[in-house]
Design a protein around this ligand. Structure first.
Ligand code: SF4
Length: 348
């Protein structure tokens, strides 16, 4: 049976049905609609004012690739300028290939690219070294906890280096819904309250952050990348199979099969939680060591790095006494025999 005509232009044959609305569109009309929706998200949320210098967190993956491509197309309408900022976490066999994809994108789109590395920023710690230190005798299940905190800090640092006024990340609706589920499962009311909305306004001296793809489903991000023939890196991080997020993802898929609106429902429920006055966390202050945004005396990154430098990484993520018994791999930056130097304690 031939495909129906495109419901928008009526001139071409439809190439897809939009997963949520069921609307049959050709590739060109779908891409135009997708870009218009991102523009609406940015304008309605007043996320990026004219004149903003926007650091795009570029990982080489589909989400940040689509985000950079769409924002580049919207640059004249928004009156902003773009900088790509990539973070090298130091993950052998994974990040090098992803960074190669970011370099190709920067060259093709003629966008400035800055790469910041964990190893340089965090006293020699790479994610591979963190994984060895946190694994003990088994496989580390806490890599993503460390990586998420450190990457947030690294992206902030990279954005400051290029003079950015705003940071954008490629989180899509599925990512956001997974995060909401994880925070529910952990009973983390503070993160639930902070995680709603389209980003953070830049309290405590941090740069404002936003997620222009927050309402775009993962399926549509992939479709957009397909129809725009975008070159992106699609392999999974070597530490991803151990991540708790994978369980939230499986659960979300099952929820979505039973209730197709589950993803957006979760995203919107987080927004409503963020708006509830009783749920609002106290105003953050500054980390007493590095000056970054912190809700306690030390920011999360400094707490995690302290645990690593003392050879007790699991203490830093609240694993109690088990952490006291844990040995770091000798010779790694986490080896307790290694004398911490001033280089081991980053300042920004
Ligand atoms: Fe970092 Fe985890 Fe993502 Fe790998 S999967 S890049 S360790 S957050």
């Amino acid at each position: 049976m031939p495909a129906p005509p495109c419901a928008s232009c009526h001139a071409s044959r439809a190439a897809l049905r939009r997963p949520r609305s069921g609307q049959a569109l050709c590739g060109a009309c779908f891409c135009a609609a997708f870009e218009a929706e991102v523009l609406h998200t940015v304008l309605a949320g007043r996320l990026l004012p004219p004149g903003a210098v926007v650091a795009v967190g570029a990982s080489g993956g589909k989400d940040s690739t689509v985000l950079a491509h769409v924002l580049r197309a919207l640059t004249p309408r928004l009156g902003i300028s773009l900088q790509l900022v990539a973070v090298d976490e130091g993950i052998g066999g994974y990040r090098d290939a992803a960074l190669a994809a970011v370099r190709r994108q920067a060259a093709r789109w003629e966008l400035p690219l800055t790469v910041v590395a964990y190893e340089d920023l965090f006293g020699g710690w790479t994610m591979d070294a963190v994984a060895r230190s946190t694994a003990g005798s088994g496989r580390s299940r806490s890599c993503c906890t460390f990586c998420g905190v450190l990457r947030r800090r690294a992206l902030e640092e990279g954005a400051r280096r290029v003079g950015a006024t705003h940071i954008v990340t490629g989180h899509n609706a599925d990512d956001m819904a997974e995060t909401v589920l994880m925070n529910f499962l952990r009973g983390d009311a503070g993160r639930l309250a902070r995680g709603g909305g389209l980003g953070s306004p830049g309290e405590g001296g941090a740069l404002p952050r936003c997620r222009p793809l927050q309402f775009a489903s993962q399926k549509e991000v992939v479709l957009y990348a397909h129809f725009r023939r975008l070159d992106y890196f699609s392999e999974e991080c070597v530490y991803a199979p151990e991540a708790f997020r994978g369980h939230a993802r499986d659960l979300l898929k099952r929820l979505e099969a039973a209730r197709p609106s589950a993803v957006l429902d979760l995203v919107h429920s987080a927004e409503r939680l963020a708006l509830a006055p009783a749920a609002r966390p106290p105003r953050p202050g500054a980390c007493s060591r590095c000056g970054a945004l912190a809700s306690r005396a030390l920011c999360q990154a400094c707490v995690l790095l302290d645990g690593l430098n003392r050879g007790r990484p699991r203490l830093a993520i609240g694993k109690g006494r088990r952490g006291l018994d844990e040995e770091a791999t000798p010779g790694t930056p986490g080896d307790p025999a290694r004398v911490p130097t001033s280089k081991a304690i980053p300042t920004f």
